[in-house]
Every structure is written in structure tokens, then in C-alpha cells.
Design a protein around this ligand. Structure first.
Ligand code: ARG
Length: 453
């Protein structure tokens, strides 16, 4: 049964009903719709549309319904109401009869859906903050375990300079901390209540919307009714925070996939998050990480989809906006499970310290150190850079790392090179020199870990 039959003489087609109904998706906002309805009933009492007794009866029925829905959210799907707003109203009328028909006075599904969805987004935002915090904790723990583990650092996927494994962990901690900050910003911006804006022009009852906003737990009421019912910035913001965070997750996954590969052999992922091949018995595949990397695509896709849906919508509400929920819900579900999965994967990572150390020693990642050594002996950096480039070519020809070239050979590149050069070419020396804030020296990393904790 639809809520708007009066104006119609003909029947809606089955296909249209299937096309138009949003209950299969928006049933997930049942709690928010009921909570919003309770506040609306209270507001109606303040303008004498409902008596105190009527509000009490409505509140009781709505609270009962809330308990039922919380116990079994899927129960909503057993009915075929048009959307969650219709469902709640129908259930209310079933419970309290004609009184239930008074609740929609001065309210529209347009301000109602905007309110429900904001309430939903706020709840999810809080949950996601704690999931991000879990992942940050796990990365800090891994950093603590691997403070002394040397890892080759890359640019262009070529070994560049050694870092510590902890430094790598803390790079992702920075990203996920920014995601938390972004979520906070988004939550702050969406902390306004659209309820009481009616269909588009505002409600015709002199309701104190600030008090109503407070009753719903919002910071304040929205200020313009046209904007209030057609604003989906909160959806776009959550999708965009989710997209950026998914990109971070995906990049982390890619690093781990590479480190876990036979070619790198830097780490091993645990059995509980890897799978085998049906054909090749030797395989242990990093599926969890590949799925995190892959799912990033659908999250970014939902953001793009919603941007395009909103792009040319005239004010105020248009049914196009009903398309906001499917992508948002899927995105929040996807982001949530990816964050949980990442925690599980990080917990089980075993780093092969010998292998990472070996790899950091190869690839001339101490070439910058040799250049800095020459600079310390008075050679301008640009010239030093050139000298070392020539030295590297010679070392490659001899299939040796720089530190294995004898001093006579090194002196051919520059007369200022002395025996003391070798102490500058060790991995430890490379690491320890990175002492400025943000660098990979052990001391800085130790401080960074302490600061995170
Ligand atoms: N199911 C609708 C949505 O999600 C609710 C608002 C319907 N409003 C309307 N005027 N048809 O957007």
C-alpha cells in the first residue's frame, strides 16, 4: 500500500513499483527513521498538533517497533512497502490505528530521508573511526616489533635508500590518521538537522527546529529548507573519505603483495589470510591483500557515481537522489571489512630480516652516502653526484657493491677518498644519518612510535 493513493485513479504497473520501491535498500535506515519519528512526534506536541497522551502512545508504539527492528533488521523485508518511511508509518498505523495517521503532519519524506540518512552516516562515521584506530594500533605494534629491521626503500620501484621496516609501517599510520581527521571534519560538517524543512519550503507549523535538532543529537538545525532537502554533501563526503582511505589501503596492500612475493621474499603472510591454488600445490596467494586492492575500485566507483548523479540536479528534491544509498551502503560495508581484514593480515605478518637486510645492501642504495662523503670533503654536491655515478657504473661492471671496491680503485674516482670512506657506506651509517624530523634513523623512529602510543 502506498501513502499517496488519493490523487490517482489508475493502478501503478508492477514494473514501476519494482523500479520505484527503495525498501530493499533503505530498510537499513529503519532505526534512524523510528528515532526521527519519535522526535517529530514530540515536536508536534509543542505546536499542539498532538496531545501529551497521543505523543506518549506514539512513542510507546515506536519504541516497541524499534526493539523489534533491532532484534531482527531483516523483518522489514518481509513487507512490500514503498520505502522505509512508508513501512514505519504503516506499522505504526497497524499498532495504534488512526493516531498513527497524524504523525506525518507537517513532515515530508524529503526532510525525513535527509534526516535519516544523516543520522545513519553519523553512526557509521563513529564506527569507522574506531576501525581506523584499530588498524593504526596494529601498525604501531608491527613498527615496534620491527624497529631494527632494515628494509630497502624504493622510488620508481628501484632500490633507493635503506629505511627501517618500522618507518614503512609509520608511513601508513600517518595516512590512516589523516583519514580519521577527514572523518572528523566530515562528521562535523554533517552535524546539522534537516528535520522540519518539509517538502522544500519549510514546515507550516511553528516548530522550534533548534530544539528538535538537539533532541536528535545534532549540533544545530540546517538554515535553508531548499538546501536541506536536496543536500547530499554528507554522502559525497563519506564516499570521498572512504575513497581516499581505500586508496591508502590499496597502496599498503600492493606493498605487502610485493614484499610477500617470491621475488622479494621480505615477508610471509599467515595461513589464515592466504589461499592455495587448485592446480599448483606450491602456491600461497595473498588473496586478502589483492581483494583489498581490488575493492578500492568499487569504492571510488561509488563516489564517481554519486558525483555524477548529483551534478545537474535542479533544486530541490528529485527522485534521482534515492540512488544515493546503494553505493553509500556498499562503500561503508566494503571499507569496514577491508579495515578489519587489514588488521588481521598485519597481525600475522612475519618479516624475514635477513632477506630485507640483504636486499637493502644490494642495488647501490648507499650511493647517496658516498656523494655526501665527498661533499664533506669539500666537493660541491653536483660534482660529487657525477663522480659517484661514474663509480657506480664501474662497480656494476665488476659486479660488486661500492663498499667492496678497494681503496685504490675508489681513489681513481676522486683523490679525496680515504680509508674512512667505508664506515660511511654501511647500512647502519645510512640509517643513522637520517636524523632530521621525519627521517628513518632509529632514534627518530623510536620517538615516532612513542608519540603514536
Ligand atoms: N525513498 C525516497 C528516497 O530515498 C524517500 C523520499 C521520497 N520523496 C518523494 N517525494 N518521493 O529518496
Amino acid at each position: 500500500m502506498a501513502l499517496w493513493g488519493g490523487r490517482f485513479t489508475g493502478q501503478t504497473s508492477d514494473l514501476f513499483k519494482q523500479f520505484n520501491d527503495s525498501l530493499p535498500v533503505d530498510y537499513r535506515m529503519a532505526e534512524q527513521d523510528i528515532v526521527g519519528s519519535i522526535s517529530w512526534a514530540r515536536a508536534l506536541a509543542t505546536v499542539n498538533v498532538l496531545t501529551a497522551q497521543e505523543v506518549a502512545d506514539l512513542e510507546k508504539a515506536l519504541t516497541d517497533l524499534l526493539a523489534q527492528v533491532q532484534a531482527d533488521p531483516a523483518m522489514v523485508l518481509l513487507d512490500d512497502a514503498e520505502d522505509i518511511h512508508s513501512w514505519v508509518e504503516i506499522k505504526l498505523i497497524e499498532a495504534v490505528g488512526d493516531l498513527g495517521k497524524k504523525l506525518h503532519t507537517g513532515r515530508s519524506r524529503n526532510d525525513q530521508v535527509a534526516t535519516d540518512l544523516k543520522l545513519w552516516c553519523r553512526q557509521q562515521g563513529e564506527d569507522l573511526k574506531s576501525l581506523l584506530a584499530n588498524l593504526i594500533d596494529e601498525l604501531v605494534k608491527l613498527a615496534e616489533r620491527e624497529q631494527d629491521t632494515v628494509l630497502p626503500g624504493y622510488t620508481h620501484l628501484q632500490r633507493a635508500q635503506p629505511v627501517t621496516f618500522a618507518h614503512w609501517c609509520l608511513a601508513y599510520v600517518e595516512m590512516f590518521e589523516r583519514d580519521v581527521q577527514r572523518l572528523n571534519n566530515a562528521l562535523e560538517l554533517m552535524n546539522t538537522s534537516p528535520l522540519g524543512c518539509g517538502a522544500l519550503a519549510g514546515t507550516a507549523y511553528a516548530i522550534d527546529r533548534e530544539a528538535l535538532a538537539k533532541d536528535l543529537g545534532f549540533g544545530r538545525a540546517t538554515r535553508n529548507s531548499l538546501d536541506s532537502v536536496s543536500d547530499r554533501d554528507h554522502v559525497l563526503e563519506l564516499l570521498s573519505v572512504a575513497s581516499i582511505s581505500s586508496v591508502h589501503l590499496s597502496r599498503m596492500a600492493e606493498d605487502i603483495i610485493f614484499y610477500n612475493s617470491g621475488e622479494a621474499g621480505f615477508l610471509e603472510m599467515a595461513d589464515d589470510v592466504t589461499s592455495g591454488s587448485s592446480l599448483m600445490p606450491q602456491k600461497k596467494n595473498p588473496d586478502a591483500m589483492e581483494l583489498i586492492r581490488g575493492k578500492c575500485g568499487r569504492v571510488v566507483g561509488s563516489l564517481t557515481g554519486m558525483m555524477v548523479t548529483m551534478k545537474a540536479l535542479p533544486l530541490a528534491y528529485n527522485k534521482d537522489m534515492q540512488e544515493d544509498k546503494e553505493g553509500l551502503f556498499d562503500t561503508i560495508d566494503t571499507w569496514t571489512i577491508c579495515l578489519q581484514m587489514a588488521v588481521l593480515c598485519i597481525q600475522g605478518i612475519k618479516v624475514n630480516k635477513e632477506r630485507t637486510y640483504q636486499a637493502a645492501q644490494q642495488g647501490y642504495s648507499n650511493a647517496t652516502e658516498l656523494a655526501d662523503y665527498l661533499v664533506a670533503k669539500g666537493i660541491p654536491f653536483r660534482e660529487a653526484h657525477h663522480i659517484v655515478g661514474v663509480a657506480v657504473v664501474a662497480a656494476i661492471a665488476e659486479k660488486k657493491p661500492l663498499e667492496e671496491l678497494p681503496i685504490e680503485k675508489l681513489k681513481e674516482f676522486s683523490a679525496v677518498i680515504e680509508d674512512d670512506v667505508y664506515q660511511h657506506l654501511t647500512i647502519e651509517a645510512c640509517l643513522e644519518k637520517r636524523v632530521a624530523l621525519g627521517g628513518t634513523s632509529k632514534e627518530r623512529v623510536k620517538e615516532a612510535i612513542a608519540a603514536k602510543k
